[in-house]
Design a protein around this ligand. Structure first.
Ligand SMILES: [Zn+2]
Ligand SMILES: [Zn+2]
Length: 274
């Protein structure tokens, strides 16, 4: 009787400490099956995976396109063809960007374009997990792999307070927090947006650069220097945004971080390239 009890107890212990999490996770997967974030297809039958694969069904995944070399070594714009050396695209050739380089994980097309749109304009904050997992791919760039990123800072492109009220959240800060959870890289809201700008989408490349001048400043710059500014002095920053288009916004953020806070390197990472 005693041994039977012991066996049952051991079984229970086993169940509790080893098997339960899996049982619960499988049960939850059946009760609340994960759905493809783009087309709502049930993913319960798909093998559990990581990265963007965990959030999209196979037929949506084949429609997303990773940005792979060859791409511009400054802005990350991809080009087709056999270019086997580091090159600068015509848009970056005549300009000096304040950031070191920009990397986007995917092209802004198909399901990802749809997700970004829902995240920003549909105010669907639940998409932050999928989009930040998509962004993890940017950290695989060889130029970042060689760095000790745990000493870097994740800094979001800020949103004007009036837009934040309308949207309810700053999408770039949400991505920063998720990335920080996944990677352990600390996140810091170092910048503030002081001016509301016209929608950049309506402007051309040159107008965008002019439009962005003086739009950002250091957040809490008036606080004693041992606060945020001290953390930024000499630091390397991963500037986080959802989309990179012309790079005008990223350029202006990087300029402020370098000139006003003494930041050393600024690398821009975005989920998609517009
Ligand atoms: Zn799908
Ligand atoms: Zn370029």
């Amino acid at each position: 009787m005693g041994s039977m009890f012991q066996t049952a107890a051991a079984k229970l212990k086993n169940l509790r400490y080893e098997k339960t999490p899996q049982i619960i996770s499988q049960g939850l997967r059946l009760l609340y099956p994960p759905l493809c974030r783009a087309c709502d297809k049930n993913l319960a039958a798909e093998p559990e995976s990581s990265g963007l694969d965990a959030w999209l069904c196979p037929s949506c995944l084949v429609q997303v396109e990773r940005i792979t070399p060859p791409f511009c070594r400054i802005c990350g714009e991809s080009f087709s063809g056999a270019i086997d050396h580091a090159f600068t695209c015509p848009n970056c050739a005549g300009r000096r960007m304040a950031f070191d380089f920009a990397i986007s994980a995917y092209k802004a097309q198909g399901p990802l374009r749809h997700l970004i749109h829902r995240f920003k304009y549909g105010k669907d904050i639940s998409l932050r997990g999928a989009l930040s997992d998509a962004m993890l791919a940017t950290l695989e760039d060889p130029r970042l792999v060689q760095e000790n990123l745990s000493r870097w800072l994740l800094v979001p492109v800020p949103l004007h307070w009036s837009r934040k009220i309308v949207r309810g959240f700053n999408q770039s800060w949400e991505l920063c927090c998720q990335l920080s959870d996944r990677t352990g890289i600390p996140a810091l809201q170092a910048l503030r947006r002081v001016n509301r700008t016209q929608r950049q989408a309506l402007l051309n490349r040159k107008q965008r650069l002019v439009n962005m001048r003086g739009v950002f400043c250091l957040k809490n710059a008036w606080l004693p220097p041992w606060r945020a500014k001290a953390r930024l002095q000499g630091a390397n920053v991963l500037l986080v945004d959802d989309v990179l288009t012309t790079g005008a916004t990223a350029h202006e953020c990087a300029r402020v971080l370098r000139t006003q806070a003494g930041v050393q390197k600024v690398v821009v990472i975005t989920a998609v390239r517009g």
